[in-house]
Design a protein around this ligand. Structure first.
Ligand code: NAI
Length: 270
């Protein structure tokens, strides 16, 4: 159901690769809610994904940009301003990738160049996107910035490897930049810590199916889907959440505060 929650708002949505991507669902819902936005992804994703299909559905354009490149981000903002005819009311950072995870390196055998890449792609890019926007004075007052995190920032999941450090950094950047942008421009910055979700990034973690099922059993409301995540993100982009900032918000069906559930006890007693 649409509520016109984002009518008149302009934004940028990163990270839509295919229909499983969280960002894909956000784009569909933001379009339904009356937002105008531009889609962006790394140039390599243009070849792999189906982002042009999504752009057609949302009546918008795709501007390729590597989120680790300041130059690409600047170009992205300049072209977005031209296309949308105004500054940003919302920005979704939905970007994550670890070469170490992708190439199956164990935590005791990490390649440090790749580790730096993980941090650059998955966390520093969040800072870069805000810093460039601040320097270009590209945020409107009361704009909302959202990044996507995972509970591995607080608790260890062996196969999540160096992505755990990237998520801890991402959440920390949301607090530090949230304070700065809140004071300077009344912009809010939050991260959403999402349930395991079956997407390209998610399924790239080995053992993903096991911790997906485990989280499902430990969450009283069950795992949150990408469409449900999109709904939550829209609420943060809307004017209904203007004083929510510098938070890491769990969107996980109750997983993060659940000790054990009857379902798990039953399963483990067998
Ligand atoms: P996805 O694989 O569909 O999205 C990740 C996106 O990052 C892709 O579109 C990819 O092209 C983009 N990307 C990678 N390198 C980039 C670069 N240099 N510049 C610009 N874009 C780049 O997977 P998903 O799950 O939708 O991931 C979105 C976010 O949600 C990520 O931050 C991920 O860590 C986070 N997340 C995912 C969970 C899951 O279980 N799938 C759980 C909690 C958080």
């Amino acid at each position: 159901m649409a509520y016109n929650l984002l009518k008149g708002k302009k934004g940028i949505i990163t990270g839509a690769l295919d229909e499983n991507s969280i960002a894909w669902q956000v784009a569909l819902r933001a379009h339904e809610e009356g937002a105008q936005f531009v889609l962006t992804n790394a140039p390599v994703a243009m070849r792999m994904g189906k982002i042009n299909e999504l752009a057609e559905k949302c009546k918008t354009i795709v501007i390729p940009a590597d989120a680790t490149s300041l130059e690409d981000i600047e170009k992205l903002y300049t072209q977005t301003a031209e296309h949308l005819g105004g500054n940003l009311d919302f920005l979704l950072h939905s970007i994550g990738m670890s070469p170490n995870v992708r190439k199956g390196k164990t935590y005791g055998d990490l390649n440090y160049d790749w580790f730096q890449k993980t941090l650059d792609i998955s966390a520093l890019s969040f800072h870069k996107m805000m810093q460039v926007a601040e320097k270009m004075d590209f945020f409107n007052e009361w704009a909302s910035v959202v990044g996507l995190s995972y509970i591995a920032a607080q608790r260890t999941y062996p196969d999540y490897s160096d992505m755990a450090q990237a998520k801890a950094m991402l959440e920390s950047i949301a607090r530090s930049y949230g304070q700065r942008l809140g004071r300077n421009k009344k912009v809010r910055v939050n991260t959403i810590s999402q349930s395991p979700t079956k997407t390209t990034a998610g399924s790239g973690i080995s053992g993903f199916d096991v911790f997906f099922d485990y989280a499902e059993m430990l969450s009283p409301l069950g795992n949150a889907t990408s469409a449900e995540c999109a709904d939550y993100i829209l609420s943060l982009f809307s004017d209904l959440t203007r004083k929510v900032t510098m938070q890491n918000l769990f969107h996980d069906g109750g997983f993060s505060t659940s000790g054990i559930t009857e379902e798990l006890v039953e399963k483990l007693s067998k």
